[in-house]
Design a protein around this ligand. Structure first.
Ligand code: FE
Length: 358
């Protein structure tokens, strides 16, 4: 925590240094034709984010270059940041909360940490099912929770649905991370919404029965375990697969090359999708700037960069996915308003615990 606070303070410090530096040079990088006075007037936007991607940092810099609005970033673990927002209340510096998973964004809303915003640009750039019903949060990047399989042992024809992974042929062959993880909670929440709680519980029970090992590690570790022969198929988010394939670590590239990508439930309810997204905080002091920032992140330019550099699907319907994502083919996604993932989160976690999902 001390570290993160320091990060924020040093962000403020470097901002003042930057402004000081601009004092002697009207043509300093990033401010274009704007005068120093205008740069100062453009103000700041303060962001709490649990994302940790270089793409994000590059986009924040670009936003500052285009608008003169300085972006101060506090990075932290999602629950820690939500706890901090709660504790700080009206005194918070944060104008925006930015995190992965609609389930988590919904909690932030439920805790009263966010506020509704009206923006025709956001309404146009972010489809209705990827934003909060009261516009308290907006999805900015999309990911699918897919099945990856060992190409030397599994044929794509052996796969069909998430439900089929609970069948006898997959006994001790399925890899998936723990029930602590919000991505799996949201996956189960989607099943509750689409198929009812009984069916969702039956699925969780079936997956626990077929696990190749007790859950450990993140999504990428499940993929590695498939290649290591611990199991035959793993459930993971698309961008993690993209990251493995483009890793600087040759071993990780080798792992990804031995795996096939499968979009489940194409003949039925569709593949589970989720978003990373952000909302303006309840006590934002720079609300207009925060809205401008969200509009920028939902723009065609920014959406293209999320996809090219971080292997996430654009939410903006005018933007095509990056080449790698396009190479995996188009797919049918679950027809679900993502607010449902938050609505059923507690029920999902409860039934996963009851099923013995560690
Ligand atoms: Fe993630």
């Amino acid at each position: 925590m001390a570290n993160k606070k320091f990060g924020f303070l040093s962000g403020l410090l470097s901002m003042s240094l930057l402004l000081a530096a601009c004092g002697n040079n009207n043509e300093s990088a990033g401010t274009g034709t704007a005068s120093d006075e205008e740069t100062k007037d453009a103000g700041v936007v303060n962001l709490y984010t649990s994302r940790h991607y270089e793409t994000d940092d590059a986009l924040f810099d670009q936003f500052t270059e285009e608008t003169g609005i300085e972006v101060n970033v506090v990075k932290g673990e999602e629950d820690e940041l939500m706890e901090r927002l709660t504790r700080e209340g009206e005194a918070t510096e944060a104008d925006l909360f930015y995190t992965a998973d609609a389930g988590r964004l919904h909690w932030a809303k439920e805790k009263g940490l966010l506020q509704s915003v009206e923006s025709d640009t956001l309404n146009a750039n972010v489809p209705e099912n990827y934003r909060d019903v009261d516009n308290q949060w907006f999805g900015l990047t999309k990911r699918a929770r897919i099945i990856v399989y060992a190409k030397d042992r599994v044929q794509p024809e052996d796969l069909s649905t998430y439900e089929a992974l609970t069948e006898e042929q997959w006994n001790k062959k399925v890899l998936i991370r723990s029930s602590d993880n919000v991505y799996n909670q949201s996956l189960v929440a989607s099943f509750i919404s689409l198929n009812g709680a009984d069916a969702a519980k039956e699925w969780a029970q079936g997956i626990v029965n077929n696990m190749a090992r007790d859950p450990e590690g993140g999504d990428r570790d499940q993929a590695k375990a498939v290649v290591a022969g611990i199991g035959d198929a793993a459930v993971m988010n698309t961008y993690y697969f993209g990251q493995l394939l483009n890793s600087e670590d040759a071993e990780e590239v080798k792992v990804a090359e031995q795996l096939g990508v499968f979009f489940p439930n194409q003949e039925t309810t569709g593949t589970h999708v989720n978003v990373s997204g952000a909302g303006v905080t309840k006590h934002a002091k720079n609300k207009e700037n925060a809205i401008k920032f969200l509009e920028f992140l939902s723009s065609e330019d920014a959406q293209g960069q999320f996809s090219e550099a971080n292997f996430e699907y654009p939410v903006n319907p005018n933007v095509e996915p990056a080449e790698l994502l396009a190479s995996w083919g188009e797919f049918k996604a679950q027809d679900l308003n993502l607010s449902e993932l938050g609505k059923y989160n507690a029920d999902a976690l409860k039934l996963m615990n009851e099923a013995g999902w560690k």
